[in-house]
Design a protein around this ligand. Structure first.
Ligand SMILES: Nc1nc2c(c(=O)[nH]1)N[C@H]1C(S)=C(S)[C@@H](COP(=O)(O)O)O[C@H]1N2
Ligand SMILES: [Mo]
Length: 160
């Protein structure tokens, strides 16, 4: 089915969206199309192992997680690396599966990992299914959260 026909049959209620919230100045609710049109799209060809079902290969496209989160203005002092290194991102899927990334894993001044919020997987648009987290640096598939509903930004307090 062409993308146009798929879209004309899709009511807004069926479109998946995710919330960027928490310790940010500008919380946002984003559809997969917002993720596609709002930021530069990057590609990743990845391989990961699932503990229960073996190796997997996928092709993904989507914006960098860090660019999407930065547009929600996390409550850190952007100029001070030390301040940014206290933050974490908690990513939740539609089934409740969730995972955590340190902000520093994706921050260009630290790990600089090209983590994506996928808009397309193996040639299929994810508008209905929802965005998927793509963590090319991971050998295990557990953080490839599908059907993302939430990206929560948190500054961890001391001794958390
Ligand atoms: N929402 C959600 N995403 C998820 C999971 C899950 O249980 N729920 N399992 C993860 C695990 S353990 C793996 S290995 C991969 C599996 O990806 P696959 O669909 O390519 O097999 O999805 C990940 N993403
Ligand atoms: Mo897995």
């Amino acid at each position: 089915m062409s993308r146009l026909r798929a879209q004309s049959r899709t009511s807004p209620a069926q479109l998946a969206s995710l919330a960027v919230l928490g310790d940010v100045d500008r919380p946002a609710t984003l559809t997969v199309d917002d993720l596609r049109t709002g930021w530069e799209q990057h590609r990743a060809e990845v391989m990961f192992e699932c503990a229960t079902s073996g190796p997997r290969r996928h092709r993904f496209e989507g914006p960098l997680l860090r660019e999407v989160v930065l547009d929600s203005h996390p409550l850190f002092d952007a100029r001070r690396r030390k301040d940014r290194s206290r933050f974490v991102l908690s990513v939740t899927g539609g089934d409740g599966h969730h995972t955590v990334l340190a902000w520093a894993e994706v921050d260009a001044d630290f790990g600089n990992a090209p983590v994506l919020l996928a808009t397309r997987m193996d040639g299929e648009d994810l508008d209905m299914a929802g965005s998927q987290l793509v963590v090319p640096v991971d050998r295990c598939g557990a953080r490839y959260i599908s059907a993302i509903t939430r990206v929560r930004v948190r500054a961890l307090p001391k001794d958390a």
